[in-house]
Design a protein around this ligand. Sequence first.
Ligand code: UDP
Ligand code: MG
Length: 309
Amino acid sequence: MPTISIILPSYNEEENIRRAAERLTAVLRPEGVTWELVFVNDGSKDETWNRIREVAAEDPHVTGVSFSRNFGKEAAIMAGLACAKGDCCVVMDCDLQHPPETVVEMLHKWQEGYEVVEGVKRSRGKESKLHGLMAGSFYKIMSAATKIDMSRASDFKLMDRKAVNAILSLPEKNAFFRALSSWVGFKTATVEFDVRDREAGTSKWSSLSLTRYAFRNISSFSSAPLQFVTAFGIITLLLAVVMGIQTLVKYFSGKAVEGFTTVILLILLIGSMLMLSLGIIGYYLARIYEEMKNRPRYLISEMISSRDA
Ligand code: UDP
Ligand code: MG
């Protein structure tokens, strides 16, 4: 019998743990598979870890990992994948915005022989206008950077053991899971789902943290901004040549006193471009520095190991 591991990153989700476990058990039981639910407590400040322990004590299918602090959802996903023993792994939110019924659909696709099954959003669920707009532009940039259509992508996906091992073997620390699962390739299918409303609790993302997340992911998949600098440089150079010729012509025809405006404009233009370019380079340097430190993606403080469900 195949084993399927469900990975549920959880951050301050005390009200959702039990509900998620029950709903998933209800849909998986009739499927004739063995399963494990891997809850990853991402340094929650509420009772999430205690809930996970309670549920794990009652149900041998449930295992858990607890981080020493909040390391972020990507780290939680990676930890879950590393602990999972299944022949395939499903990653989903534990707030039940990813419908458990879709897991069964994914499972069927996997049984048909697909190695990666992507959950794509049919609708994005409730969100504010600004949020939608920002998310829209982020996905446009990401799609261009990764050459993969990301506009409906989600973190909800099933991966075969092969794909999981491939992702785990990548050395980078700032992984963007949503894009990596397509980057690894393999035989891929998609399954549509409607983003449900959150069952309890509130979203863990602020606009600021989402913006940071967007920049981080764009730069971890693309060095295009570095190329912008080169492009800017070329444009500035052309401009400088034109201006230079103009200045020389003026000089030789004896009309060189005027032109302060040009000087000021040039200084402003070049100054701003230099600063912008340096900023982008600095950003990448910071990222290189981060990768260089080669710190672990997460630290585990406690673990509930499976009792061979
Ligand atoms: N999450 C996490 N670590 C974090 C933030 C979120 O593990 O630092 C988990 C959270 O518990 C949930 C999932 O990631 O299971 C999605 O988070 P959320 O529902 O807040 O995001 P949204 O659905 O609003 O995009
Ligand atoms: Mg959610």
